[in-house]
Design a protein around this ligand. Structure first.
Ligand code: ZN
Length: 336
């Protein structure tokens, strides 16, 4: 059973104390999931910010107010970004410019942000279309999906220009307290979580969320990738932390019950893997697998996420020898 130590519901743009010196800043994002939790941490002579939000005029207004009123124009010491997704990195450069603070990220998330902010070349579009076609998507959807969709075009107007590198296993001092850096792959290539050992606190980003299972996707530029293996490994690694840990996630409520949550996330993926082992007894296309797992009424954005996530499960099964893939123009997946 998860428990939720904070009863008060945060309001958009109004920092709410969740622990001594740690404030949750709820900001709007343009998805079904309507919010992201950012963190404001008391630092020596000022504040450190963890994650920045999705860029929008509304976010600019809210941030301006927070920096002036709540932070009382005190200096911002660091801007820490957990990973490259637009709701996390979107306002990092705006904040860096505004506050003169340095952006801190893992090297791979920094580089991936820059990659994600580029338009696709014609040749990249061909490879991207092939990735969807091979998975059995129709021509109309493939045509719409050849260009970048989702948040980068509007949500990340500028990738961070310069940064300071966060390294797995090292610590970062915030308010003279050490936060241990844990880097994981699966949801993104080098997602940073921050763990305060003495206070049993984990700023988990999207790596562990209380209500939803983070998207685990194979990307068109690494079609044989196995991010689900990386993600499951990260869950095992996180399960070595104390079950007393208070988890500060990027979406949803602050919670206790880390081990239970990790078990549920792991079981969910294993259930999907079992489902695909039986579903693919007769050969199936990728699109049939998407519909089996997520239904057939997906928006274009969710269809692209569904493609990546279905492929992640299939690639995992191929890697452990439980599934075979045949065909070239359109793949067929069949359980061994
Ligand atoms: Zn994310």
């Amino acid at each position: 059973m998860l428990t939720f130590p904070i009863d008060t519901k945060p309001e958009f743009g109004i920092p709410m104390m969740v622990e001594e010196g740690i404030f949750l800043l709820k900001m709007p994002i343009p998805y079904t999931l309507d919010h992201i939790n950012l963190w404001l941490l008391r630092d020596v002579e000022g504040w450190t910010i963890v994650d920045s939000g999705f860029y929008s005029e509304e976010s600019v207004l809210l941030w301006n107010k927070v920096l002036t009123d709540f932070c009382d124009n005190e200096p911002i010491q660091k801007i820490i970004i957990t990973h490259f997704h637009p709701d996390h990195v979107g306002m990092a450069q705006w904040l860096a410019h505004k506050t003169s603070a340095t952006v801190h990220m893992s090297q791979i998330e920094y580089l991936t942000t820059h990659m994600a902010c580029q338009d696709y070349s014609d040749e990249q579009k061909v490879v991207r279309c092939q990735y969807f076609e091979r998975f059995g998507l129709g021509q109309e959807e493939v045509g719409k999906l050849q260009n970048r969709i989702g948040g980068y075009v509007v949500g990340v107007p500028e990738a961070p220009i310069s940064y300071q590198r966060l390294v797995d296993g090292e610590s970062i001092l915030i308010n003279n307290e050490a936060w241990h850096l844990l880097q994981f792959s699966g949801h993104s290539p080098g997602h940073i979580c921050l763990h305060h050992k003495q206070r049993d606190l984990l700023i988990s980003g999207d790596q562990v969320l209380p209500n939803i299972s983070p998207n685990i996707s194979v990307n068109f530029n690494e079609p044989e990738g196995n991010p689900l293996a990386d993600y499951l490994e990260s869950l095992d690694s996180l399960s070595t932390l104390s079950n007393e840990t208070t988890v500060l996630p990027s979406h949803g409520r602050v919670f206790n019950g880390l081990r239970e949550r990790l078990t549920v996330l792991k079981d969910g993926h294993h259930k999907s893997l079992d489902q695909l082992r039986s579903f693919c007894q007769s050969g199936r296309s990728g699109l049939e697998v998407i519909e089996e797992l997520y239904g057939n009424r997906l928006s274009l954005f969710n269809l692209s996420l569904g493609t990546g996530e279905a492929m992640a499960h299939l690639n995992y099964l191929i890697e452990i020898g439980d599934m075979s893939r045949t065909g070239d123009a359109v793949y067929q997946y069949k359980t061994n």
